[in-house]
Write a protein that binds this ligand. Structure first.
Ligand SMILES: Cc1ncc(COP(=O)(O)O)c(C=O)c1O
Length: 496
């Protein structure tokens, strides 16, 4: 294979030979020099050509497999995974990480006081129902005294779980008291699912792009993460079917409503197809419902859980962070019976229990029905901001930028024209006091450089127009610079 001829390994480089080889082959895959489903050279042959031990090649192939870049066919060899890099073949020349970028790559962003923040998808604290919650907390303390500070049972405060049965009923989900597990936020939910279900080398299929926190949890378990491209109406079913057959995953991790980061909502048809496919292959789904409540224009924000009538397929993860208060660190899971004990054990070994005081206050909040008023209030507030955002995107964003209309939620996802780097955009925007989230964060291998996400969760409506104008102008300049550099005639003259 010609492309392998260029690989040079150096014994004196201070880096293991198998790591050098792994990086070299990964480079070939990412650059598209070897394509989907193409067979890698047999281990012995490559070892002989590179003058290294067979073990060096075995180890390199093993890491590639662990990262989901290649797959093995028993008795046949090792092949490049299908369609892994549809987004990235063209996206070479990813710029070097500057200090600020390496910071954001770890999921953090430093926001200056006067910065227009399109980067974080965290709701503004002015919207938090502080007074209502204060009343609920006082009521708990008057009623329960010191008991409010006892260890709570690991599965969660019984009256809260009971109240949640009523809450999810409003979304056509039927749960029973045992199926509900209280968690300290959806991130912990995803993490304990990973802990309870995944062993080293197990495969998880996710959407491409996906939520960074989930990717990190699955990676921390040593799982192989295989991604499947998102289309306008949800995940690419044909590709999903193919990858399920090849990789036999433990579960799929999906966000069918107002997906993070793209804002895409699955069509009902696709939701049904996914349930059928997973039933057929006996594969579980982890449904991350972090935002279906903020529905502005979608005719159907049905959850997969509500289609899982027998509660045997979907582990439903519900966060209250976006619609309520992220600092509460409260959420819940609804799981099939087969997982109750595993999840309980994982939860117990993580933090014993979620704060009893806060669970008790939340229970009052739910049983009084205050949550309904709050969700309506949040919905109205965010719909105004959502509409302002759409208007300004339509008015100012250059036509070369691809954008898909979300129907709800807080995220807007863009694709830059070829050759324009979202990392450059990020860095220039920061210098202009505007924060955006570069797209690479949301891909398993972080090698995207053409997408970016703008979130309306943390911006004030009166900042939006100014922020979008700044971003649009930076993009226009980047496009102009690129066009100029392409048309510039290079004249070489001898130095005499
Ligand atoms: C898709 C998604 N899932 C889960 C979480 C984590 O939520 P929580 O704050 O409940 O842990 C987030 C947070 O941004 C998210 O975007």
């Amino acid at each position: 294979m010609e492309s392998f001829d260029d690989i040079k390994l150096c014994k004196h480089k201070g880096e293991h030979l198998y790591v050098q080889l792994y990086k070299a082959i990964k480079g070939l895959i990412i650059s598209g020099k070897i394509s989907n489903d193409e067979k890698l050279p047999p281990i012995r042959k490559l070892a002989k050509e590179l003058k290294v031990n067979n073990v060096t090649v075995v180890n390199a192939y093993h890491i590639l497999e662990q990262e989901g870049l290649v797959y093995k066919k028993i008795g046949s060899g090792t092949y490049v995974s299908p369609d892994l890099f549809e987004y990235t073949y063209e996206e070479q020349g990813v710029s070097n990480s500057s200090g600020s970028l390496s910071f954001i790559e770890r999921g953090q962003i430093q926001i200056q006081k006067d910065m227009i923040n399109f980067a974080s998808a965290t709701p503004m604290s002015e919207l938090f129902p502080v007074d209502d919650f204060k009343r609920a907390l006082n009521e708990v303390l008057d009623r329960d005294g010191g008991h409010a500070f006892d260890y709570q049972e690991s599965r969660g405060y019984f009256p809260l779980r009971k109240a949640l049965i009523g809450y999810v009923k409003e979304y056509n989900i039927s749960a029973n008291i045992d199926s509900i597990q209280i968690i300290s936020g959806a991130q912990q939910g995803i993490d304990i699912i990973a802990k309870a279900l995944l062993n080293y080398d197990d495969v998880v299929i996710i959407e491409s792009p996906s939520y960074t926190g989930a990717i990190a949890s699955f990676k921390s378990r040593g799982a192989k993460i295989i991604d499947v491209k998102l289309l306008d109406d949800g995940i690419d079913i044909e590709d999903l079917d193919k990858k399920i057959r090849i990789f036999n995953p433990k579960f799929l991790y999906l966000m069918p409503n107002f997906q993070n980061p793209t804002g895409i909502s699955y069509s009902r048809n696709k939701k049904n197809k996914i349930i059928d496919l997973c039933r057929q292959h006996e594969i579980y789904i982890v449904e991350d419902d972090y935002l279906s409540d903020l529905n502005f224009y979608s005719k159907d924000n049905t959850t997969l859980k509500s289609l899982d009538i027998d509660n045997e397929l979907v582990i439903y993860v519900k966060s209250f962070s976006k619609i309520f208060m992220p600092g509460l660190r409260l959420g819940f899971l609804i799981a099939p019976a087969i997982f109750y004990e595993h999840l309980l054990f994982a939860k117990h070994s993580s933090d014993i229990s979620t704060s009893g005081l806060l669970q008790r206050a939340l229970e009052i909040y739910f049983t009084r029905g205050t949550w309904k008023e709050h969700i309506e209030y949040m919905g109205e507030k965010y719909k105004d901001v959502f509409d302002i955002m759409l208007k300004n995107i339509e008015k100012y964003m250059p036509p070369e930028v691809d954008f898909m209309y979300p129907q709800g939620g807080v995220n807007f996802w863009f694709r830059l024209p070829k050759g324009i780097s979202s990392k450059n955009l990020y860095e220039t925007a920061i210098k202009n006091n505007v924060a955006i989230a570069p797209g690479n964060l949301f891909f398993v291998h972080q090698n995207d450089d053409r997408h970016f996400r703008l979130s309306i969760a943390s911006v004030n409506d009166d900042e939006i127009e100014h922020g979008i104008i700044i971003i649009s102008n930076i993009i226009k300049n980047l496009i102009k610079e690129k066009n100029d550099s392409e048309t510039r005639e290079e004249i070489y003259k001898p130095i005499l």
